[in-house]
Design a protein around this ligand. Sequence first.
Ligand SMILES: [Zn+2]
Length: 277
Amino acid sequence: MPAAEISASVGRAGVNHPPDVLLVQQVLLARGQTHLVAATGVCDANTIAAIVAFQAAFMRTPDGKIDPGGTTWRHLSSAFTGSSTQAPAPTDTAAGSVTRPVPLPAPNIINQGLVSPGNAFMLQKLGHPLTAQNYSSLCQTPTNPKLRRNLVLDTVGPFRVTGLLPAVLSLKAVMRDIAAAHADIHTALGSAGMLCCRLQRGSSSAISNHSFGTAIDLTLNGELDTYGDGKVQYGLTLIAPIFNRHGWYWGAAFGKEDGMHFEGGKALIETWAADLR
Ligand SMILES: [Zn+2]
């Protein structure tokens, strides 16, 4: 059973009692939702975005709202009580193992021929997502008019994302290939966020590539890969080659392992930037 309970609904059009909002935010943060950086007790747009991203792992049409005793609350509360009985059901017998941590694949077999685009390159190609350049650790919506014109909210495989149009289209192609090669993993995939204008985790100056809507964080059966432990969820090792084939760089190879993270590689950014209207 959950160790705590919310007294009323939280999220979009919810009652949003501050102690309930705080509890929900704390659990979402514990699950590493990238939309959310601090638990404030105030239900803002980032909180709703984090709820929607969390729901996308198991709901066809996320509503951004959590009801006491409802499906979303059961999934969420199982995360912090460690109860396995309330965890999202595995999609099939093999799916239970897709989240198990395994050692990183050898460096010479991942991201072959791909380069992670750094800040200077991204800014040169796409401009500052926030025209005021007031980045913080919190998610903000882009203010750059050209970037805004080229954003799209669309269904990608089993979830919905907001991102840069050519990146979302590419992601659809990646997901089609994943569905064909690994149907069970495709079903288990969810998004913990794509577009989010913020600094990189742990940096006071470097901008995350999520700021441009060209990177995505993935969940498997609603679970995030543990950041920086040098291991990755087994399922990620099966889909990474497909992302790589489409020109997406896998964050597992970053200095601090970020296995949930995939981003358009340097060559893709070049193409995508040329495609913008
Ligand atoms: Zn990421």
